[in-house]
Write a new protein. Sequence first.
Length: 211
Amino acid sequence: MSEMIWAGKTPNPNDWRAILEAHAKWLWGTGGQRANLRDANLQHANLQGANLRDANLRDANLQGANLWDADLQGANLQGANLRDADLRDANLQGANLRDAKDGALAIARTRILPTGDLVGWKQCGAGVIVKLQIPADARRSSAFGRQCRAEYVDVLEVIGAKVGLTGTHGPRTEYRVGERVTPDSWDEDWMNECSHGIHFFITREEAEAYE
């Protein structure tokens, strides 16, 4: 398959189907071709949910593009124009954002945790929900999804039991009203969503729905 050069060009909907299908095959190791959109004009492109993992988007114009829930893990976005791009719930883990225009602002708009005291919610299984307070001085982290981590938390309420328990297949953590819970360690890397810390959601509905 000969490689299509998109520098200065704008893919149309049929082009996008071909690009993403070939890229998917490349990712799976079944032929295809890596998406090479270097210098392409992707302004206002609708790429919601697109799998562009490891794609080459260097110096691409993504101004105003819809990248909501897109998989951009490991993608090369060096020098790309991300002004007003919608990166909500996009996965940018390992992506190269060096010299990307408004890259820091685009990522900041995906962050969901405010500063100061914060109320969070945690599911402890068997219908038990714990209401937590994340103190203002506790470090907290969120990656590109909705699950968050905190350096430590204070237990405000346990709903559905007297004690909330986690870690049924290993060391258990107990959540009791009025007590502070501290994890075994804290990972400062905000991109490591499932790493060390107390995991929580910022809405009760998300904690209840978590599986």
